[in-house]
Design a protein around this ligand. Structure first.
Ligand code: AMP
Ligand code: MG
Length: 402
């Protein structure tokens, strides 16, 4: 038998998957559907903000000179010819020696140079007694003070959150150009699998990878479609993946190891998908390529292998396709509270709990230990050349959750 080819490094395989998923197109989307998506183009303000000089207070628009004598026990009485509530769109100039009652956000009338806040007056409606003087400019929000028109207010590459979307609306945008969410098909394989909610026979297990993978796609803003899982049967597999119009990526789980009945391997070998070993634990057997036009990543079936493979290889590729520049989890250094062992020549990822600068392993290295994975908040990375890790050793830790 020919010797097995050398396994690919984690770094090389990650790059391979990154180049497999093409960038998603930039499309216009209503603001409400843009949360968490990445802006595809710079956005320029077509209007200044505020769009006109307006009052920062409920009070009276005046000429500062007309109320200069107010203060101490003295007040200045002025007639109040009009009311300017917010939303009034006609222009009512202020005549010398008068005051217009004005509300917050209402346009400052020409002729006025300051706002006296209502608390410094008697609140009169026909005539007002002003009790305090004001400096010219007081309580006026100037046109363009926040944004001059023509300013680039949002840069391409920005991950859109509430603050940026509020700003986009404030400059009059109803839609923004964003990288469209990636469309990901998820297909689990295995004759032992049973849909959760149904009874199990001896020898069967509940199908969990598709739920995990679909949720992981959603967590990064992608749009998963879960295909009905298939038994270890090649025609059933082909039938399941026969229609995939519009998908950006197919992720399968299971059926890629070295045993018999490896349905994914059997169905996709020679079909544009290459099956390899990666120098990683867990999750060594991997496959990827293009099935027709459809990019495919085939993950090993053990739940923790599936989860970690998605985390390390697929997640960064999908984020990059959606325009994200920061595709990596935060990486910190922490000391392990326990001794660890790792196989030579493989990069091992252990589940852990991070507490400041120390990290405690959660569960063993087994790739079936899904409860330990669910109880962990980080991955402890043990380099390929390291086999023995005494307690107290400082290691790289990938932060998954806070
Ligand atoms: P495989 O990669 O198909 O050899 O599967 C490896 C292990 O993962 C086996 O114990 C399977 O029963 C389990 N497994 C595979 N697919 C799933 C799945 N979708 N949900 C839960 N466990 C799975
Ligand atoms: Mg299987």
């Amino acid at each position: 038998m020919a010797p097995l080819p050398a396994p690919l490094s984690v770094t090389d395989y990650r790059a391979r998957i990154a180049s497999l998923v093409p960038p998603a197109p930039v499309v216009p989307r209503p603001l409400a559907e843009c949360v968490g998506l990445v802006l595809g183009e710079d956005v320029v303000a077509p209007v200044p903000m505020p769009p006109f000089d307006n009052s920062a207070m409920d009070g009276y628009a005046v000429r500062a000179a007309d109320v200069a004598a107010a203060g101490g026990h003295a007040s200045v009485a002025l007639p109040v010819p009009v009311d300017i509530p917010a939303g009034r769109t006609d222009v009512v100039p202020l005549a010398p020696g008068t005051a217009h009652r004005i509300m917050t956000g209402a346009p400052v009338p020409p002729g006025a140079d300051a706002i006296v806040k209502v608390e410094d007056t008697d609140g009169g409606e026909q005539r007002v007694a002003v009790r305090a003087p004001v400096e010219p400019g007081t309580h006026i929000r100037r046109v363009g003070e926040d944004v001059a028109d023509g300013t680039t207010v949002l840069r391409a590459g920005t991950v859109l959150s509430s603050a940026q979307l509020g700003l986009a609306a404030a400059i009059g945008r109803a839609e923004l150009p964003v990288y469209r969410p990636v469309r990901v098909l998820v297909l689990s394989t295995g004759s032992e699998l049973v849909e959760p909610g149904n009874p199990l026979l001896h020898g069967q297990i509940y199908e969990s990878n598709s739920v995990l993978l679909a949720a992981a796609v959603r967590e990064i803003g992608g749009e998963p479609t879960v295909l009905r899982f298939v038994p270890d049967d090649v025609p059933a597999f082909h039938e399941a993946v026969s229609s995939h119009a519009g998908a950006d990526l197919l992720i399968t789980s299971g059926g890629v190891s070295a045993g018999a009945y490896e349905v994914v391997k059997d169905a996709l070998t020679g079909q544009g998908v290459e099956f390899v070993r990666v120098a990683i634990q867990p999750g060594g057997p991997q496959g990827s390529g293009r099935f027709g036009a459809l990019p495919v990543v085939t993950l090993p079936g053990n739940p923790v292998s599936t989860a970690l493979s998605f985390e390390l290889f697929v997640r960064p590729a999908l984020l990059a396709a959606m325009g994200r520049r920061d595709v990596d989890r935060p990486r910190v250094r922490a000391r392990t509270t326990e001794e660890l062992r790792s196989p030579a020549g493989k990069r091992q990822f252990r589940r852990g709990h991070l507490d400041g600068s120390s990290v405690t392993p959660v569960g063993g290295p087994g790739s079936h230990l899904l409860a330990s994975f669910a109880a962990s908040d980080c991955l402890i990375e043990i380099p390929e050349e390291t086999t023995d890790v005494p307690a107290g050793t400082e290691l790289d830790v990938l932060v998954l959750r806070h």
